[in-house]
Ligand binder design. Structure first.
Ligand code: ASP
Length: 356
């Protein structure tokens, strides 16, 4: 009996020691909050339809990442589980507050947001513009769903957590990190609808790279701007012009009460004469107009002086959107309109070209 009591006592001691060792180890690990929102990374192929659908919880996502518990003490926040085609600026406003709340905790070193790749560039940019915290926030996702032969999600999550804890990643603000490449939220674009190497920042280049568990720093973050999240986001529409466009959609948007119109022009930011007239009609109604371009590099310049050229558009009161994509210019215009309700003249400064 004593022998049994003795070995039971020994086993208990060992168990207690192991427990303390594990919690001590976890306590010494940096704390990272993973906020899950959905996307392919949390989707599985529905055997009935053959299409990918939301299917994986935050807990399952984390448990599928080997070695994660050795890198950081992870806290999971299940924010949503939607395909990012269903995301809205209103949801991003809520997400920004949730992430800021968790980053306000001094124990938390950084955050990772799992998100669908379709609208990840805009979602990341929304948080880049609105987060108060300066701690690293890493947007991550996957191009292959969780039931794929070789899902890219787990490796992307591990790298994102490594980045969120790394001092090398300080001062980059919000980034989009997939397939080991780190992009700034401002310059990143999705460039391939199926391949794992889909995100890049074009002529601005990557911020860094992750290899063998280490963050390699290439570039500093583009200069940053911060705007507060308004109670209500104004209605801003995004329209892409095309050869033969008669401007009717611009007039319709203005008549439907849009507070802002982002027009994706051609070349260095040009539209045809009919669209130019329609934009002037909208501006006369008090609608703010921002011009971007469908062209990948260099962006918009006041280079052309005919009816609808960038120079005439700017002279008529339209704002040239620099090298922002149409979708990001829409986000910036929504937030800027809410800041500058009355002072329209102030809007232009938000779109001024910045370094990086
Ligand atoms: N449709 C998916 C999404 O954006 C694509 C992905 O995550 O790769 O949510």
């Amino acid at each position: 009996m004593n022998a049994i009591k003795h070995s039971f006592f020994v086993i208990c001691c060992i168990a207690i020691c192991v427990f303390f060792a594990v919690s001590l180890h976890a306590a010494q690990l940096p704390k990272v909050v993973i906020v899950t929102t959905g996307g392919t990374i949390a989707e599985k192929t529905d055997p009935k339809t053959g299409g990918a659908v939301p299917a994986v919880s935050g807990k399952d996502l984390i448990e599928a990442v080997p070695g994660l518990a050795k890198v950081a003490d992870i806290e999971v926040v299940n924010f949503s589980n939607i395909d990012s085609s269903q995301m809205t600026p209103k949801i991003w406003a809520k997400l920004s507050k949730v992430v800021d709340d968790r980053l306000a905790d001094p124990k938390v070193k950084g955050a990772v947001v799992t998100h669908g790749t379709d609208t990840m560039a805009e979602g990341a940019y929304f948080l880049e513009l609105t987060l108060k915290s300066d701690k690293p926030v890493v947007f991550v996702g996957a191009m292959r769903d969780a039931s794929d032969v070789s899902p890219d999600g787990p490796a992307n999550i591990l790298n994102a957590v490594i980045q969120a804890c790394s001092d090398e990643a300080r001062g980059w603000g919000v980034t989009v990190t997939l397939n080991e490449y780190i992009n700034s939220a401002r310059n990143v674009r999705k460039t391939n609808s199926t391949n794992v190497q889909t995100f890049d920042s074009g002529e601005k280049g990557y911020l860094g790279y992750i290899v063998m568990g280490k963050v390699i720093r290439y570039n500093e973050a583009p200069s940053r701007q911060k705007l507060s999240i308004p109670k209500r986001l104004p209605k801003v529409v995004l329209l892409e012009t095309f050869a033969g466009d008669d401007g009717s959609l611009v007039r319709f948007a203005a008549d439907q009460g849009a507070k802002g119109i982002v027009i994706v022009g051609v070349g260095a930011g040009n539209v045809n004469a009919q669209v130019y007239e329609a934009l002037k009609y909208a501006m006369k109604k008090g609608v703010a107009v921002v011009v971007t371009t469908r062209v990948y590099y260099s962006g918009v310049w006041p280079m052309y002086g005919d009816q609808g050229g960038g120079e005439t558009l700017e002279k008529s009161g339209a704002i040239l959107g620099g090298d922002l994509t149409g979708a990001k210019a829409r986000i910036l215009l929504m937030l800027a309109l809410a800041q500058e309700k009355s002072k329209r003249g102030q809007l232009k400064q938000y779109f001024k070209r910045r370094s990086g």
